[in-house]
Design a protein around this ligand. Structure first.
Ligand SMILES: *[C@@H]1O[C@H](CO)[C@@H](O)[C@H](O)[C@H]1NC(C)=O
Ligand SMILES: *[C@@H]1O[C@H](CO)[C@@H](O)[C@H](O)[C@H]1NC(C)=O
Ligand SMILES: *[C@@H]1O[C@H](CO)[C@@H](O)[C@H](O)[C@H]1NC(C)=O
Ligand SMILES: *[C@@H]1O[C@H](CO)[C@@H](O)[C@H](O)[C@H]1NC(C)=O
Length: 511
């Protein structure tokens, strides 16, 4: 381990200062942005010039060499115009509707971001040049920047990506074996779950290929010119993909060599002091404290009035202190005179979780929250609301560090029992401490590793040698008939993969 670290570091410090890097991060959700800030900081510290298009402009650090285009107006589109919390609420009842509204919202957002006058100036400026683009990989439109500047690009995601996107880079995606990250299944799926996973895989493939990509192609040709390749082909040209995934948090799946897992608390920062009042509150909580937060996208209005009152009653009756991140206005005066409850709209979550008296985190199960809980060894009660939260919570429950409750159907007794159990049964805190040790175990820090590979891509003008040539669906048995087969032979390059696909097919169906 030490030898590898030394080797990596030895090459690491011997290189390419002063490259020009373009980073494009269009999704206006804090959790999508915060993950990559340490990467931007490190790239700047390494002497690169960074042009960052972001909805969360950086402040405070040494920002010479940084040019930012501020897309923070997009947060308004996200939260107010399109009411994101309303969209994701539909995830439970009607996934297609939820996807559809999400795709339409993102389309509106990227169009308005591209309309930004500074972005127009950047795209139109013939003397602009970049050695590397780093672009959020979850929504395809912005990938066109790599074509505009004719430079290699790295796709990044603050979470896992859908199987459809894994497929694009050549990762095996057989849905009978590998779960889509939005599907709340374990690696060992039951037969029924495999069927559902397969149906959802095919559904999302069709949806992306027939609906999302063609629609976004229209946007691309409007803003970047008509002679660009189709987005689907641009997405496949990616040099590397950096995923904020980690075996402690996600199901293990095979990845081709140009896909790097940089997950595992990359966004953990050096702890700041707690606000004085909160520090005193927590210091006094010798019995232990509970931290309750449903993250930044679940609104209190997502909880029924009775649920809210019930939460208040339960927290009030506990012999523990409760720190509640919540909309104070909605709670009104009801928490004013309760000694063991501290309510605030905004709380420094990492600092709260790091406090020695905090023994339980009640969470909606967003990835960054879970990473922080694991990092600081705080066991969990998970109340998943939408999208990846169900899967995240289910995995941590299986790993023994979490107890699951259904927020839509929350009973007083269940909540009380869950709190008592997680606080008194050592299994939960022991499990999370084991996970914490595993999460922190790395040969090289994830930021250093990401920067090393980014510079590798700059030095070699891409990462061709690491790329799989598997055409889309090659690793899948089902669609290797017909059109896709024909496409391989017509291109005449990747015949081996077609053979490989047949082998896989034969193995699975014993033909
Ligand atoms: C800020 O960063 C630049 C480039 O990395 C460096 O030249 C400069 O000395 C730094 N300034 C400070 C105050 O650290
Ligand atoms: C979003 O919709 C919900 C439910 O329809 C509503 O209560 C909430 O106020 C809306 N949020 C915004 C920002 O409009
Ligand atoms: C075009 O880009 C060059 C190189 O970055 C820059 O010096 C110049 O000011 C830009 N022109 C405009 C009009 O923004
Ligand atoms: C503690 O929790 C674990 C996991 O849920 C369970 O197997 C065990 O029986 C519990 N122990 C006690 C004493 O309740």
């Amino acid at each position: 381990m030490v030898a590898i670290q030394f080797l990596l570091l030895a090459t690491f410090w011997s290189i390419c200062g002063g490259a020009k890097i373009l980073a494009v991060m269009p999704i206006p959700s804090f959790s999508h942005q915060v993950v990559f800030m340490p990467l931007w900081e490190k790239l700047l510290a390494r002497g690169h010039e960074l042009t960052l298009l972001t909805t969360e402009p950086m402040t405070g650090t040494n920002l010479s060499n940084l040019r930012q285009i501020d897309w923070s107006f997009a947060k308004y589109l996200f939260h107010v115009k399109h009411n994101y919390s309303n969209i994701i609420k539909k995830f439970r009842e009607n996934k297609l509707e939820c996807f559809n509204q999400y795709a339409n919202m993102m389309q509106d957002i990227v169009v308005q971001e591209l309309e930004h006058v500074e972005v127009q100036r950047l795209i139109g400026n013939e003397s602009e040049h970049f050695d590397l683009a780093i672009i959020e990989y979850l929504h395809p439109t912005m990938l066109a920047f790599s074509e505009r500047f004719n430079c290699p690009y790295i796709g990044v995601s603050s979470m896992d990506i859908m199987s459809v996107a894994h497929d694009m880079v050549g990762n095996p995606t057989n849905p009978a074996i590998y779960t889509d990250f939005l599907a709340p299944y374990e690696s060992s799926m039951s037969f029924y779950e495999r069927i559902l996973n397969t149906v959802s895989y095919i559904g999302t493939s069709v949806y992306f290929n027939l609906y999302v990509f063609p629609k976004e192609d229209v946007t691309v040709s409007k803003y970047f010119g008509k002679d660009l390749p189709k987005l689907k082909d641009i997405q496949k040209k990616v040099s590397m993909v950096f995923l904020n995934t980690h075996p402690v948090l996600h199901n293990v799946r095979p990845l081709v060599p140009n896909v790097l897992q940089i997950g595992g608390a990359i966004h953990i920062h050096k702890l700041n002091a707690l606000p004085k009042e909160l520090e005193t509150f927590l210091d006094r909580a010798h019995n232990g404290a509970i931290y309750f937060s449903l993250g930044s996208n679940v609104q209190l209005s997502d909880l029924a009035e009775e649920t809210l009152n019930m939460l208040l009653e339960v927290f009030k009756s506990l012999p523990y202190a409760v720190v509640w991140k919540s909309d104070i206005r909605r709670l009104g005066e009801s928490t004013k005179n309760i000694n063991n409850i501290y309510v605030s709209n905004w709380l420094p979550q990492q600092e709260v979780l790091a406090h020695r008296h905090v023994k339980l985190f009640i969470t909606q199960g967003g990835q960054q929250s879970l990473e922080e809980a694991i990092y600081y060894g705080v066991p969990l009660i998970g109340m998943p609301f939408y999208v990846d939260q169900f899967a995240n919570i289910r995995r941590l429950t299986k790993r023994g560090a979490c107890k699951t409750l259904d927020p839509q159907n929350l009973k007083k007794a269940d909540l009380q029992n869950a709190i008592t159990e997680v606080l008194t049964n050592k299994t939960y805190s022991n499990s999370i401490k084991e996970l914490s040790a595993l999460l922190k175990e790395r040969a090289i820090s994830n930021v250093d590793e990401a920067v090393w590979w980014a510079e590798y891509v700059i030095r070699h003008k891409g990462a061709k040698i690491l790329k799989s040539e598997a055409p889309q669906f090659a690793t899948l048995p089902i669609p290797t008939f017909g059109r896709h087969r024909a496409t391989y032979s017509r291109r005449g390059v990747v015949f081996n993969n077609a053979v490989h696909a047949d082998e896989v097919f034969n193995q699975i169906y014993s033909v």
